[in-house]
Design a protein. Structure first.
Length: 249
């Protein structure tokens, strides 16, 4: 009886296993490849998020600094403004000063105590800044409007308009108390010029050239001016007539 042949080695199975193992290897390698791709993409995904977070942090810090700066400026401005108490105290001080002035004017202890009755002492400017009164001022009988001439020009008697006399005439007040003297002279300048012209034209050239004629004319003008400028309390307000210019042509 013939012997049965021995079973063949199982190497093909091993080869099959090897083949099977070789076929499974790509499956594990694909997982690793996916992880590598995710790791590669992760910085690209995280970068915008990190940048946005950094930008937000910088914005918050910057806005906080601006807000602190605004608070400092506001505190400085508020500190320079007067407080309500200071305003009240200032208003009270002004009110007290005004009340004191009114009281002084009412009881005769203020500027109203001045002798001239206009709220300012004699010879001094008043509270309104009026020009100081000068009792020794020489007032021209011709008001120099706009810096014009203050002279009187006349044609002496018998000259037929071919000869003329130029005279500048001023007046000074007699009483120191007559503080309205200058105002009356300026108000009546036309009347005073008419009186002067009439007087000077009554003389001939020869008469006007005589040494004593000018003194005679001054005396007559003094009397005529006093009659024109007299007021209650000052019957002879003009104390002196001055002829500062006397030119004949």
């Amino acid at each position: 009886m013939a012997e049965k042949p021995a079973p063949a080695p199982t190497q093909p199975a091993a080869a099959g296993d090897a083949a099977a193992g070789h076929g499974a290897a790509p499956e594990g390698g694909g997982a690793k490849s996916s992880k590598s791709s995710l790791l590669t993409l992760l910085p690209l995904v995280l970068m915008p998020v990190l940048c946005a977070g950094a930008a937000y942090g910088v914005s918050v810090v910057f806005l906080k600094k601006i807000e602190e700066k605004q608070k400092d400026i506001l505190a400085k401005v508020v500190g320079e403004l007067p407080s309500a108490d200071a305003k009240t105290a200032k208003a009270g001080a002004h009110g007290a000063a005004a009340k004191a002035d009114a009281h002084g004017a009412a009881d005769g202890h203020g500027d109203a105590k001045a002798a001239d009755g206009h709220g300012a002492p004699k010879g001094k400017a008043g509270a309104a800044g009026a020009k100081a009164d000068d009792p020794d001022e020489a007032v021209p009988i011709v008001a120099a409007e706009g810096g014009g001439p203050t002279a009187v020009t006349v044609n002496p008697k018998g000259t037929s308009g071919k000869r003329y006399l130029v005279a500048e005439i001023y007046v000074k007040r007699l009483s120191l108390e007559d503080t309205d003297f200058k105002a009356r002279v300026e108000k009546k300048t036309k009347q005073l010029q008419e009186i002067t012209t009439r007087e000077l034209e009554s003389y001939t050239i020869e008469e006007l050239q005589k040494p004593g004629t000018k003194n005679l004319i001054q005396g007559k003008l003094l009397a005529d001016f006093n009659r024109e400028l007299t007021v209650h309390g000052f019957a002879s307000p003009v104390g002196r007539v001055i002829i500062s210019k006397w030119i004949m042509q």
